[in-house]
Structures are given as C-alpha cells and as structure tokens.
Design a protein around this ligand. Structure first.
Ligand SMILES: [Zn+2]
Length: 334
C-alpha cells in the first residue's frame, strides 16, 4: 500500500546572514506495524527526472547541471552509500504523484516563505520511500552563478538541502537565529546544510555539506567501514528526574571541531548521536528555541524548551566502532 506522506519539509526563506561558527541531524520516522522506522530508500540508485521548466536567470540546461552537481555532492561522500541516476528531462510536474521522482520549478505564491520543499510517497508496509518530489518556488529570484548573485537565492545550495530531505533526512537544529521585529527569523549562523532556515540571497555556503549532514546521511546509509571508523554517544536528558522530550543534544569533537547534534526522541529523554569521529567530545544540551518547532517535529506541544543549557559532567572519548552509553545530562528549568 502506498500513501502520500504529509511530511513536507520546506526550506524557509529569510533574510540576512553573518558568517561564523554555529552551535543536528534528524531522521524522519514513519510508523510501520506500530514501530517507528527510519524513512529511507530501499533500492538504490534513486532514479530521478528533471523538469525542463525555466525561470529568469536559470535555463533548463543550467538547472540540470546545478541539480546534478547537488546530487553529486551527496553521492561523493565516502561514508554514505547513496547513489542516483538521472533518467532525463521532461515537461513534468514536481508535485504530482506519478511514480516519478521529479525535481523542478513550480509556482507556489501561496507559500511565500518557502523556497523549496520535498514530499514523499511511502510504501506503508516497509516505510520505504518509493517516490520523492522536490519543487523550487518561482515566487523567489534564483541564481546559478558560480559565486552567487546579490538578491537571488542560490539554487545549488537549496538543491543540496532538498536532496538531503529526498534521502530521508529531517532538519538539523545546528544554527542560530534571532527573531526579527517585522516577523520571522534571520539566520545568525548555520552549522548544517539541513538547518531549516535558508541563508540570505547571494550566499552560497549551503553548497558544502557540514559534519552534521555527513553524520546524518552516513548513519542512514552507512557505507563500508564507516561503522568501524565512527562511534556513538547515547544517554538521557532529565529534568527533575523525568525525561525531557525534544531536547537538542550536541556533540563537539575537541580534536576536529566538528559539531553533530540530535534530539531526545521519547518521553524517557533518550538520545543517540551516531556517525561521530573518534576522540574527546563535549556533550551539550540546549532547548530547541532557535527555529520554529514545527520545522523539526509534528505535534510540537510535547517538546520541552523550558530548561537551561547544560553540559554532560564528563568529557566523553568516542571510540572507533563503538559507543559510549549513559551520557546522561540533568537540566534545570529556566
Ligand atoms: Zn528543509
């Protein structure tokens, strides 16, 4: 049985960015026979079709080479077994459930904060993705210039983000934003391509995957020796002795500076961060208050953001090919 998933993971357009380091990755789950399984492709390579729709500044040929390159960015990772095959270009609609995985421009003036979005069709008996469609919203001005163009969003960056969704990745909370007086948020810093708020027009930083993105896709589609080369940290986040749901847990590798995050995903406050480089690692827990909660979770009422930033009491040394458990963190109300 197939169903069109309600998961529509959009990338929100907002203004202005400053560079600088940030301060996680999330996998989508889907229910199968009462269990939650990771949303992912069962068969690889993923075949895709590109729409030949053109917009000002982006010819069909430029669209194709830019999106193909974005697929290549994910495919070239040595630690993730993902692969893709383009089957052609056609006058196809990226929002149609037609058995084809289509990427293309579409007119969505109704979604005036959404640059692009990915939707899925899922085999509900296995949880596997059987079709995914990505649209880029013609409401915005787009660029395929190699170094970006002022006032135009970088198609390459947004394509890399949406292909992360196409693979089954959710949003990362590794970034910082601030609320704008006029409404919405602006990005102060972003630590992951999968952060839900886009960089400003003209910015091309989103073309390059960050450690958090690499850990996420490598965890979902581990290739070769990645399991032997990386490690994991797990534990619980508690407040007043009870588990905290939706806490953002971040691992900072002191040797490489890599930041990788994840969330506590149940009422016991349990989390797991996998795909980590070995080495001494600091674990920090923070409330998920730097982006709209709906960007991360459906049913956001149970996400607890009423606590102060806290650190694990001990420095964790992540082993290669193993995990450190019981890295528990107690937090206090704000
Ligand atoms: Zn997104």
């Amino acid at each position: 049985m197939r169903r069109r998933a309600v998961v529509v993971a959009g990338l929100v357009a907002l203004v202005i960015v400053a560079g600088g380091p940030a301060r996680a990755y999330l996998k989508f789950g889907t229910a199968v026979d009462g269990r939650t399984v990771d949303l992912q492709w069962g068969a690889l390579p993923v075949g895709y079709v590109l729409s030949n729709r053109e917009v000002p500044g982006v010819s069909a040929a430029a669209f194709a080479s830019t999106v193909d390159q974005a697929f290549q960015t994910w495919e070239s990772l040595p630690t993730a077994a993902v692969s893709f095959r383009r089957s052609g270009m056609a006058g196809v609609d990226p929002e149609e459930e037609d058995g084809l995985t289509v990427l293309g421009f579409d007119d969505r003036p109704d979604l005036d904060r959404v640059l692009g979005a990915t939707s899925y069709t899922i085999d509900t008996s296995t949880g596997q993705i059987v079709e995914a469609d990505v649209f880029f919203n013609t409401t915005f001005a787009w660029s395929v210039a190699s170094s970006g163009e002022p006032g135009r969003y970088d198609l390459a960056s947004i394509a890399v983000h949406e292909i992360g969704h196409l693979l089954g990745l959710g949003h990362s909370a590794l970034g910082e934003t601030e609320l704008r007086p006029s409404g919405g948020r602006r990005v102060v810093a972003s630590g992951a391509v999968m952060f839900p708020v886009a960089m400003a027009p003209g910015n091309i930083d989103g073309r390059d995957l960050r450690p958090d993105d690499v850990a996420g896709v490598s965890d979902l589609y581990p290739d070769g020796s990645v399991v032997q080369q990386t490690g994991s940290i797990s534990g619980r986040v508690r407040k007043g002795g009870r588990g905290v749901f939706g806490a953002h847990v971040v691992a900072l590798n002191l040797r490489t500076g890599a930041l990788v995050g994840n969330f506590t995903l149940n009422q016991s406050g349990e989390y797991v961060i996998a795909g980590l480089d070995p080495g001494p690692t600091v674990v920090r827990v923070e409330p998920l208050d730097d982006a709209d909660l709906e960007s991360f979770f459906e049913g956001t009422t149970t996400v607890d953001i009423d606590f102060q930033v806290a650190f694990a009491r001990r420095l964790v040394v992540v082993p290669a090919g193993g995990g450190v458990t019981r890295v528990d963190v107690d937090v206090k109300s704000k």
